[in-house]
Ligand binder design. Sequence first.
Ligand code: SF4
Length: 73
Amino acid sequence: VAVRVLVEHDVCISSGKCVGDLPRAFAFDEDEIAVVVSGAAEVPDDRLIEQARRCPSGAIVVTREDGSEVDLL
Ligand code: SF4
């Protein structure tokens, strides 16, 4: 993929949305905060961006290779 995805640990409210919808890319850590897992590399950019938009707390941040943030609104 050309984009990078991360979960802002302090912003995730543990809704489970990303983990439930896209378990290839997201999992819960021991604190039930979502983290990005290696399978995210196999997920199309558009799908990752769509999933970031579905996060109820806006915790999923998507950046391009140049470091700029993808607008999720
Ligand atoms: S969808 Fe957002 S709030 Fe819910 S678990 Fe994933 S990162 Fe956390």
